[in-house]
Design a protein around this ligand. Structure first.
Ligand SMILES: Nc1ncnc2c1ncn2[C@@H]1O[C@H](COP(=O)(O)OP(=O)(O)OP(=O)(O)O)[C@@H](O)[C@H]1O
Length: 278
């Protein structure tokens, strides 16, 4: 019996999370003692009959740093869309911990429950200062307009300071976000996600357009975040993937082609044929 089937058996006797309340720190109630934090099982997504995901099964452990690689069109973005509630699969299952059925939650509920996503292009507020961007992120969508006028509690200030240091922008807090370098904007956006204290961070092509130095700092940042968060990185830059990867999943034609250490997948002839040999 697969993990999810076993879990669902338990769920039938324990319908605790029928109503998900995103305002509550739902992820605090996640039970990951007996398994992964993220489960995708047999997930299929079709667009006009074309299968972007084809019975994809993938498990992400609590606190792990996972790199997802694969050729263009392999289904990497669609996979993230399913996890974040943007796209509904034709069939399959997607669970956050053992109790939260992602397919019964909308995008806002999923984000509120602790799954944060960073898209490839940074979307910071350029006319606001770096610290204000973090304040806005902490407020969440409902509090955006009141957040800037509100007085911050000492706790909130401490939180902002610690995230600023974490993302390496300790000296740039009062600069306008629009004036930051491309790399700094990417870190700020990761910081904005961190303000919401996610359990899982989905990061799409974080180093595209970065200098080598920025890539090194991004590698350090993501590596540091793993452990406290589960970090799922989709990236094409193999040098970068090698610098952070512990476990790598190779997607191809909507399914998992190979999984293992970087050395294992790089020496897999199927991976070389469909991806690395390009
Ligand atoms: N909304 C959509 N309508 C139709 N086809 C789609 C849609 N979204 C994705 N696809 C198709 O599904 C397949 C998987 O796309 P997806 O973007 O998930 O791949 P990817 O691995 O993220 O690719 P890339 O590395 O280029 O970003 C592609 O063939 C794509 O054209």
């Amino acid at each position: 019996m697969k993990w999810l089937d076993a879990t669902r058996e338990v769920m039938r006797r324990d319908q605790v999370f029928d109503v998900v309340r995103p305002a509550q720190p739902v992820s605090a109630g996640l039970d990951t003692r007996h398994g992964p934090i993220l489960y995708l099982e047999d997930v299929t997504v079709s667009f006009d009959g074309f299968r972007a995901l084809n019975e994809l099964t993938l498990y992400i452990d609590d606190g792990e740093l996972r790199c997802i690689i694969g050729p263009n069109g392999a289904g990497k973005s669609t996979m993230m869309d399913v996890i974040t509630g943007r796209t509904r699969p034709d069939h399959g299952a997607a669970w956050f911990g053992q109790r939260l059925d992602l397919l019964r939650m909308d995008e806002t509920e999923i984000a509120g429950a602790g799954i944060g996503r960073k898209f490839q292009k940074p979307t910071v507020f350029p006319h606001h200062r770096v610290v204000e961007n973090l304040e806005l992120a902490m407020a969440g969508p409902r509090g955006v307009w009141s957040a800037l006028g509100a007085r911050l509690s000492g706790e909130a200030r401490d939180r902002i300071d610690s995230v600023l240091k974490e993302i390496g922008l300790g000296e740039a807090g009062h600069e306008l976000a629009g004036k930051l370098s491309h790399g700094q904007k990417q870190w700020l956006e990761i910081g904005m996600l961190l303000m919401q204290n996610p359990r899982v961070l989905l990061v799409d092509e974080p180093v595209a357009g970065m200098t080598h130095q920025e890539m090194d700092r991004t590698a350090e940042l993501l590596t540091r975040l793993a452990g406290r968060h589960s970090v799922v990185v989709v990236e094409h830059d193999m040098e970068f993937v090698r610098s952070i990867a512990r476990q790598v999943t190779v997607l191809h034609q909507g399914g998992v082609l190979a999984e293992g250490s970087m050395d294992e997948v790089q020496s897999d002839p199927r991976v070389v044929e469909v991806y690395l040999g390009e």
